[in-house]
Design a protein around this ligand. Sequence first.
Ligand SMILES: [Zn+2]
Length: 264
Amino acid sequence: MLVKVLKLFLHIVLILLLTAITQVGGLLYLCCLLIFRKKGKYKYLYFAGIYLFFTFLVVPWLAPLNGRERIENSDTIRPCNYFYVLANRNYVSPQMNETLQTVSHQLNLTYPGLELVYLDANFPFFDGFPLPPHLSHSDGKKIDINFIYQKEGTLSNKKPSLSGYGVYEAPKSNEWDQPSHCEEKGHWQYSFPQFLTFGTWNEELQFADAATKDLLNTMLRHPNTQKVFIEPHLKQRLRLEHKRLRYHGCQAVRHDDHIHLQVH
Ligand SMILES: [Zn+2]
């Protein structure tokens, strides 16, 4: 009896986790549990196959009914790692897709070979369904994008952490220190993404000021752009001033490891 209760509890936890991480995974797992309940351990294998089938063939076909589409990867735009694609975290509105394509092409014209590298976007279905841990990524109109880095003066497509989050371009001693200010006010979550790197690598990379500034300006100029978030000290360092370049507030997480872009 106790084993049965424990098993049920674990299944529920897994359904919730898969829903939080991939949106459709929880429902698919539940269906597999019901349909293949007599198949023993093989049901997990069936689940893996069905999940991949849905992720690559069914969801991309259904998402446009909800006004979302997969980000079109190309020579100029790609995810930071394949997890974002595998977990269905790469869906955006058509306006966002168009904006990303235009911005990445313009970036590539200025810096041949340089890629626009994205992180979490949105799930494929249901407006108002957030993409944890980003509460605002719930309508297809938001995406996180990596900064540009360089190695020994040469621009690189590499990023300093596996997830693309959590390695900060922190305030220098002469710059306004918003993260400390927010933490002193009790916003403990502000630097939380430092625990979400899933490993740091390419430690020799340095923040590329000029190229990141060009990327930000290209985004800010695009008519579809509604808001861009970066940390105040980077705005100051890059000498950027634009009505669409905003500060997100202490209740969010810090934005000196990535750019947040929002379109109309
Ligand atoms: Zn974001």
